[in-house]
Design a protein around this ligand. Sequence first.
Ligand code: GRG
Length: 257
Amino acid sequence: MLSGGKRFRPALVLASSAAVGGSEASVLSAAAAVEMIHAFSLVHDDLPSMDNDDLRRGQPTAHKKFGEATAILAGDALLILSFEVLSRVCREVDLSTKQLSDLIETVARAAGHKGMTGGQSLDIESEGHDAGKDLLTDIHRKKTAELIMASCYTGAKLSGARKPQIEDLMKYAYHLGMAFQIKDDILDVAGKPEDTGKTVLSDEKKKKTTFVSVFGLEGSEKMLDKEKLLAVKSLRRFELPAEPLRELAKFVCERNN
Ligand code: GRG
């Protein structure tokens, strides 16, 4: 949690709250809860039985530094703590019980078999095979975009967003999530390890199908631009308060880590 990282998902919680007129202070704990789920997923993703990575954020991965059992338990504790914190937030805001249970269900679904866990499972199963465009999109919608969508949902819902606003934000977050993953695949090939803090060509070594392996670097750059454009277009009904969300879309394309 405290070892750096871009804090991209919490930034989305805050920016989505701002886009619908909410305050940062009211969604800070929820933003931390979402980051806990993300941090947990990275710790487990790096484990020997998953991606077996030695380096994360320029430092030894959790299991390398603290041992596998501690890394598994730290991940478990983070996931559980995220829902403890989120439940506390939900008690403090002025939403109906139905809205609150809906929020917790949305975050849980994004992390579970219909979201991140399911995407991770498909990703592992497809290693060494040519996944193809549809499976590739399905994997990354689940593995990456769903939590990004849940982050925007959380910030907006806690700040009283109306249904049409949520619908627009979910379109924004879906395209942003896909853009985020396309850029991740580009960085795995074209990024510098001193910037990414990760081993280069990690996907290629594991024979993973990626946006770059299917569409090439140039094709992936074009897809990245297209997804960013679609994300920003989804915000057309929002005015100035959605500027941080537009900035985050720009950041996704320009980031070097
Ligand atoms: C959530 C129950 C549950 C299980 C998780 C291990 C696992 C199952 C899923 C892995 C999900 C995963 C690692 C997806 C990749 C998403 C991605 C592009 C991560 C990189 O995010 P950044 O660049 O990382 O925001 P930093 O270090 O900046 O925080």
